[in-house]
Write a protein that binds this ligand. Structure first.
Ligand SMILES: Nc1ncnc2c1ncn2[C@@H]1O[C@H](COP(=O)(O)OP(=O)(O)O)[C@@H](O)[C@H]1O
Ligand SMILES: Cc1cn([C@H]2C[C@H](O)[C@@H](COP(=O)(O)OP(=O)(O)O)O2)c(=O)[nH]c1=O
Length: 216
């Protein structure tokens, strides 16, 4: 008997810098692997050789908001074609550390760049041949944390890049961007109270996994 290939599952992880998403992606990967699923772990900007080169520019070089938005989407286009679509077509679970919600939150709300232009770029980059729906994560884990706590966690944790070096008002705007995106698509966002302890945050994340993808 031939085994049916499971449907690919696209899941993203979002939040302001220092919210704890990178810490918890591995737990989700383990949760799926323990249930026999193949997992691809990837990140944005990045995930392909070309997109990782663009990441270096984006995280370290000053540029105007339009250039920043275009480079984010250029990196994303390569990532979608080379990694995301092929993994989903193979029936894998694709866990992505940030995706387009980050562009709306950082470039849109953080930098004040035109949200409609971002929406147009999203249409171009995430169109799926022969389908009406854009390619987007079916579930987004949103690590929600007050910027002051995130900043305190990042002190001494790592050398700040261009975004992490921004002051608190920037992150207040980014955080409000994530809240606005979550309010627009409540079925897609799983809000995690990231102010809790590491263990409690992990429990929240795994509880969501059980709820969404556990046995019915
Ligand atoms: N719930 C938590 N409580 C305390 N510290 C945390 C918690 N979650 C993450 N951290 C720490 O905060 C820092 C930022 O976490 P990280 O996962 O890298 O954030 P992000 O990927 O969202 O930028 C790391 O030093 C990490 O160990
Ligand atoms: C994907 C994406 C990331 N970013 C920013 C957010 C982060 O500050 C930075 C890199 O993200 P991230 O990989 O989360 O940083 P780190 O590895 O330091 O935790 O890029 C945008 O501004 N727009 C985007 O579309």
């Amino acid at each position: 008997m031939t085994q049916r290939t499971p449907s690919g599952l696209f899941i993203s992880f979002e939040g302001i810098d220092g919210a704890g998403k990178s810490t918890h992606i591995a737990a989700v990967a383990d949760w799926f692997r323990a249930r026999g699923r193949r997992v691809t772990l990837t990140r944005e900007p990045g995930g392909t050789p070309l997109a990782e080169k663009l990441r270096e520019l984006l995280l370290h070089d000053a540029m105007d908001p339009l250039s920043e938005a275009l480079l984010m989407f250029a990196a994303r286009r390569d990532h979608v074609l080379q990694v995301i679509q092929p993994a989903l077509a193979r029936g894998e679970v694709l866990l992505c550390d940030r995706f387009t919600d980050a562009t709306f939150a950082y470039q849109g709300y953080g930098r004040g760049f035109d949200l409609q232009v971002l929406g147009q770029l999203e249409q171009w980059v995430q169109q799926q041949p022969g389908q009406d729906r854009l390619l987007e994560p079916e579930r987004c884990f949103w690590f929600d944390l007050p910027p002051a706590i995130a900043a305190a966690r990042l002190v001494g944790a790592r050398q700040p890049d261009k975004f992490e070096a921004e002051a608190e008002p920037f992150f207040q705007r980014v955080a409000s961007g994530y809240a606005a995106r979550a309010a627009q698509s409540p079925q897609r966002f799983a809000r995690i109270d990231a102010s809790q302890s590491l263990e409690q945050v992990r429990e929240q994340v795994l509880r969501h996994c059980e709820q969404f993808w556990g046995p019915a």
